[in-house]
Design a protein around this ligand. Structure first.
Ligand code: NAD
Ligand code: TYD
Length: 339
């Protein structure tokens, strides 16, 4: 089998490539990425030693490049991770989110139709449902909820999901969609909560907590997400959406305190800063469907996953030092200075 994995040099894409090479050792994995600020080719150094992995620098919004790639390889499966992914960046520059997430997905879907594939899996996000009230702890995201995206990021992801599903209904393309909660683990770009806090704490810098820190996210270890995608891709029902998450809701402030505790750093590093515009209050997945139909449940307990993630960042200082010494500095200044 031949798989196209887009966004392969990003956080989840990288983890998925390693997952696939291990679980499907006889298959060919073609990873593509346009190596935007979030994509790091060094993530794939180990994968490149495997003859079943091929990397190509390519942009999903480039119709010609995508067409020749599909022609060259004749893919069986497409898994679309490529996206602009940071909510804060979508608030300052929505345009690139629409181009990448909506237009890019449509170009891939057209190629999939034209060349014929077994299945197209669209990586969605639970953020398309909007948010849940903080106090309504008996309410969860289910697949049948209406879409109510709050940010340009989640709105563009909702558009991509709908396009993918429309290609199933209208053209009969085999499509599945997964909507996962917040991931954590190795290789996550340090603009996101956990790696940002970890790196700041290691450097004895302030930890910028938005608002009062009481917003809730539902955390899933990245390998559990990769397993879910692998399962949906091969066993999920055509045209179906599967929520992916494992009832691990936590207040942001509690995550920050766990990180400080594990690194032996003082809570005086915490700084409450101006809240994010339109900040979603609470995300919480109901995984009944994926559990009932495919038997998936997360395997990694948060206490273990966060420890190994913290230790990965401690052990891979060179990986993140290279990032935070580059254009990230400008990003950080723009987002956090005088906040
Ligand atoms: P990421 O930002 O680390 O990775 C995205 C990758 O896509 C990057 O390597 C980037 O260079 C690449 N990319 C961007 N534009 C591209 C283009 N035009 N052509 C080719 N490649 C392009 O993000 P991530 O956290 O790994 O997210 C991957 C997917 O998972 C996204 O679709 C995201 O919406 C979804 N998702 C993420 C989470 C999470 O918590 N991180 C949760 C649910 C869903
Ligand atoms: P993030 O990692 O950006 O993921 P998302 O917004 O897509 O869920 O943020 C997770 C939570 O952490 C969110 O409620 C915003 C908050 N946050 C901070 O408090 N400070 C920060 O510097 C960042 C990046 C996020």
């Amino acid at each position: 089998m031949k798989y196209l994995v887009t966004g392969a040099a990003g956080f989840i894409g990288t983890n998925f490539v390693y997952h696939m090479l291990e679980k499907h050792p006889d298959d060919l994995i073609v990873g593509i990425d346009n190596l935007s600020y979030a994509g790091n080719i060094k993530n794939l150094d180990e994968a490149q030693k495997n003859s079943n992995f091929v990397f190509r620098k390519a942009d999903i919004t480039d119709t010609e490049a995508m067409t020749s790639l599909f022609k060259e390889f004749g893919f069986d499966y497409v898994v679309n991770f490529a996206a602009q992914t940071h909510v804060d960046r979508s608030i300052t520059d929505p345009g690139i989110f629409v181009r990448t997430n909506v237009l890019g997905t449509q170009i891939l879907l057209d190629c999939a139709r034209k060349f014929g594939i077994r299945r197209f899996h669209q990586i969605g996000t639970d953020e398309v449902y909007g948010d849940l009230p903080l106090e309504a702890t008996d309410k969860f995201f289910v697949e049948t909820l209406p879409l109510k995206a709050s940010s340009p990021y989640s709105a563009s992801k909702a558009g991509a999901d709908l396009l993918a599903l429309s290609y199933h209904r209208t053209f009969g393309l085999s499509v599945t969609v997964s909507r996962c909660s917040n991931n954590y683990g190795p290789f996550q770009f340090p603009e996101k909560l956990i790696p940002l806090m970890l790196i700041n704490a290691m450097n004895d810098r302030e930890l910028p907590v938005y608002g009062n820190g009481m917003n809730v996210r539902d955390w899933l270890y990245v390998e559990d997400h990769c397993e879910a995608v692998d399962l949906i891709l091969h066993k999920g029902r055509d045209g179906e959406i599967y929520n992916v998450g494992g009832h691990n809701e936590m207040h942001n402030i509690d995550i920050v305190k766990i990180i400080l505790g594990e690194l032996g750093k003082p809570e005086s590093l915490i700084k409450y800063v101006t809240d994010r515009k339109g900040h979603d209050l609470r995300y919480a997945i109901d995984p009944t469907k994926i559990n009932g139909e495919l038997g998936w449940l997360p395997k990694t307990k948060f206490a273990d996953g966060i420890k190994s993630t913290i230790h990965w960042y401690v052990d891979n200082k060179a990986w993140w030092e290279e990032i935070v010494s580059g254009e990230y500095r400008e990003y950080y200044k723009k987002m956090y200075e005088n906040r």
